[in-house]
Design a protein around this ligand. Structure first.
Ligand SMILES: Cc1cc2nc3c(=O)[nH]c(=O)nc-3n(C[C@H](O)[C@H](O)[C@H](O)COP(=O)(O)OP(=O)(O)OC[C@H]3O[C@@H](n4cnc5c(N)ncnc54)[C@H](O)[C@@H]3O)c2cc1C
Length: 86
């Protein structure tokens, strides 16, 4: 039986918030094929700005997640696009 390597992941991360993306970034840098599945409902979605995160004070939290997804994807790994938050 042949295997399609494109369908095989080392790790599947459930949740693409700050925690899931941080883990996925570390895994991708360690050359683990990593898939992030995200429901697109981060708990701080209502906040316009975030504070106390070094280097990102005042940044919109959704921008942090956009940058995080781009960083994970820059290692060739894949983040499922989030569904629209309701
Ligand atoms: C109003 C508010 C303001 C805040 N302001 C700040 C601040 O200024 N500075 C600061 O440092 N912290 C702040 N926080 C705390 C910060 O938001 C959290 O610490 C951080 O979001 C936690 O990240 P997380 O990845 O664990 O969870 P979340 O950000 O909640 O992300 C979890 C993700 O996983 C997805 N998910 C969950 N279950 C599943 C599933 N079964 N399948 C697929 N996807 C799933 C969700 O849809 C979501 O996208 C604030 C929180 C709130 C509520």
């Amino acid at each position: 039986m042949s295997e399609n390597r494109a369908d095989i992941w080392d790790v599947i991360v459930i949740g693409g918030g700050a925690a899931g993306l941080s883990g996925a970034l570390t895994l991708a840098r360690a050359q683990r094929r990593t898939l992030v599945l995200d429901g697109g409902r981060p708990r701080n979605a209502v906040a316009e700005h975030m504070h106390g995160v070094l280097g990102h004070d005042g940044l919109p939290p959704l921008e942090l997640l956009r940058r995080g997804r781009a960083e994970v994807e820059s290692y060739g790994e894949w983040c499922a696009p989030p569904s629209s938050p309701t």
